[in-house]
Write a protein that binds this ligand. Structure first.
Ligand code: GCB
Length: 609
């Protein structure tokens, strides 16, 4: 699942991908879901970490990129130049500049960069002795938001989107010694980007996830999809894509299940795979992962089915209620972007303590540790792209960008049993152009992954003062309805929930994908005093009373597990730029509402006698 975006611009990358896809569709009609831009998860491959200190230059005017006429400069900072004589004029020097830790956002590494939105240049030097018949790639877990990447002064390519991985082949450019990798990372918000200008989370910039070199054989497994075929629980099907001169055969083994099969790749390097398998199914109670060998790659894969029938969600053929919680990728205790296995373990540990079997990863793809940890713990996941609020629905480039982020999210995680729902949007305002845009994303997701459920967090409206209706036209195209509502916080007082009844025009399961309210941990008062733990507790009590009466409700994901930073939340002494809707404070303290939800989730988990 390794892509080589060789020295391509975004546009030409797309042209290439399009040609490849058309070729695959024509030549290999039996193989479903060729991805446009495959990206690999890096477990089970030979990798060399480039994490640690990187040199950096803050460049608010982008003078390392543009000359004084605002034309791209041939001698930008990517040349990592040094004066060769005492007269030569060079106005930058990476090696005398400051440094930043990778992985990590820049905002929480320097007070000066806390509110910074703009360009920062990163540089890392490395040596690498390449061996015969190997290929080398440089892999970025994520760069928020736009990255221009250079090796030894030459441009490798660029990447847009802050939460998905990308990589470039550097086999021909890499030297034994003295390599310098330079990345221009720009997190300026843009009206036409995904997300757009307005969000309710911190725009943490930088190389926020790990950077590594990946060494592969000359012909290697580029990507694969190894899951149960939709509608079955004993048949594995999918495909393996090889990259290299000699695609030939690929061997797929699941030693523990006695499976050892070989498949022949076609001229495009794609081998369709399909075989019977007697496997123990993955579930929250028993998150069984098998070691699966796919050519030169070793992965841990769980097998389970997920589908809907009427208003039911069926996991392995049995109805399930999703006891969930929303989560941002905010680091517990220290703040900033979460990026480590330890961060994931702490956050998901709290979710488990709450009694959750489900987490909604809001509002963008989270780091791979989180998904892998959920796979091990047996936590079902909703994974989303940042199509949030008021995207430019009529701009073709915005749609292309959203489609690309969706492709990259699915490419990275489509072999993870934990992920059961792909979400294409959050709280987007109704209009024809918006519906056209989102329908396009829904069918794109289905073409890339026919096995999972598709959803989106929508809104509802009142048909009379006590009736809430879910009839967003998008609902027709989804498998699962998601709905955000803030009864008791933005919409009336907590007791309002007692009077409300819910309706929908769709015969589909509903997940209440958000509800809640703010409370500052340790701030106490009566249950009608805003910002107190008691007010938040009261919202949860009334909400739970209301939720229990919704006949088509099959899951809940209140907002939110932990407080998270947001520039929209300045109230001094209470918010101080934190959204305080967490059930756990940013310092890890549990608020009263945590225990209210925990009680309900424990009841739900206990089978009735
Ligand atoms: C929402 C958004 C979420 C916000 C939340 C809030 O509806 O989906 O991103 O953070 O409300 O706290 O207002």
């Amino acid at each position: 699942m390794l892509v080589s975006v060789e020295r391509s611009s975004f546009a030409s990358k797309y042209m290439k991908s399009l040609i490849v896809v058309i070729a695959l569709l024509v030549l290999a009609p039996s193989v479903q879901a060729q991805q446009l831009d495959p990206i690999q998860n890096t477990e089970g491959r030979k990798t060399i970490s480039l994490d640690g200190e990187w040199k950096m230059i803050v460049d608010p005017y982008e003078s390392g990129f543009y000359d004084y006429r605002y034309q791209p400069s041939a001698n930008g900072y990517f040349k990592n130049a040094k004066p060769k004589s005492k007269t030569e004029l060079i106005e930058y020097d990476f090696d005398k500049s400051g440094s930043l830790k990778v992985p990590g956002d820049w905002n929480t590494q320097s007070d000066q960069l806390f509110f910074y939105e703009g360009t920062v240049w990163y540089k890392k030097s490395f040596d690498y002795a390449r061996r015969e018949n190997t290929r080398l790639f440089v892999y970025f877990g994520a760069a928020n938001y736009f990255a221009d990447v250079y090796l030894n002064g030459e441009k490798l390519g660029q990447h847009e989107g802050g939460f998905t991985p990308f990589n470039f082949e550097i086999t021909k450019l890499v030297r034994d010694t003295g390599n310098f990798l330079v990345v221009k990372v720009d997190n300026k918000r843009r009206r036409d980007a995904v997300p757009t200008l307005m969000t309710d989370w911190w725009n943490y910039g930088g190389l926020t996830r790990s950077v590594k070199l990946i060494e592969t054989p000359a012909t290697f497994v580029h990507d694969y999809f190894v899951q149960l075929r939709k509608g079955t629980r004993n048949r594995v099907s999918g495909w393996v894509k090889l990259n290299g001169d000699k695609p030939g055969q690929v061997r797929v083994r699941i030693p523990e299940a006695g499976i050892d099969r070989s498949f022949t790749a076609d001229a495009n390097g794609v081998a369709a795979i399909d075989f019977d398998a007697d496997l123990k199914l993955w579930s929250p109670e028993d998150p069984k992962l098998y070691e699966v060998w796919i050519g030169d790659v070793r992965d841990q894969i769980g097998f389970r089915s997920i589908e809907t029938r009427g208003t039911e969600i069926l996991l392995n053929g049995r109805p399930i209620f999703l006891r969930g919680i929303c989560m941002h990728e905010e680091a517990p205790l220290r703040g900033g972007r979460a990026h480590s296995r330890e961060d994931a373990q702490m956050l998901l540990g709290w979710a488990r303590e709450l009694g959750a079997n489900f987490v909604r990863l809001a509002h963008y793809p989270h780091n791979e540790f989180t998904i892998r940890e959920a796979d091990r713990l047996g936590i079902l996941l909703w994974s989303e792209i940042p199509v949030y609020w008021t995207i430019l629905w009529e701009n073709p480039a915005t749609l292309e960008n959203a489609r690309n982020q969706l492709s990259e999210m699915i490419a990275r995680d489509r072999n993870r049993a934990a992920v059961v729902i792909w979400s294409v949007a959050n709280e987007t305002p109704l209009s024809e152009p918006r519906l056209t845009f989102l329908k396009n994303l829904v069918s794109h997701a289905r073409s890339l992954d026919p096995s999972r459920l598709i959803s989106a967090a929508m809104e509802r409206h009142y048909t009379d003062p006590v009736t809430q209706m879910i009839d967003d036209p998008l609902g027709e195209f989804l498998d699962v309805l998601g709905c955000n509502e803030y009864v008791g916080w933005y919409d009336g007082l907590p007791a309002k929930a007692d009077r409300l009844a819910w309706k929908t025009k769709y015969d589909k399961p509903l997940i209440m994908s958000e509800f809640g309210g703010d409370a500052l941990y340790g701030h106490h008062g009566d249950s009608l005093t805003r910002w107190t733990e008691e007010y938040q507790e009261s919202i949860y009590e009334h909400q739970i009373g209301m939720l229990k009466k919704i006949p088509f409700l099959r899951g809940t994901a209140p907002w939110i597990l932990m407080d998270f930073r947001s520039p929209r939340r300045p109230l001094p002494g209470i918010q101080d730029y934190w959204n305080r809707k967490g059930l756990v404070s940013n310092r890890g303290e549990k608020k009263k509402a945590f225990y209210v939800l925990q009680r309900w989730y424990r009841d739900l988990a206990t089978p009735p006698r």
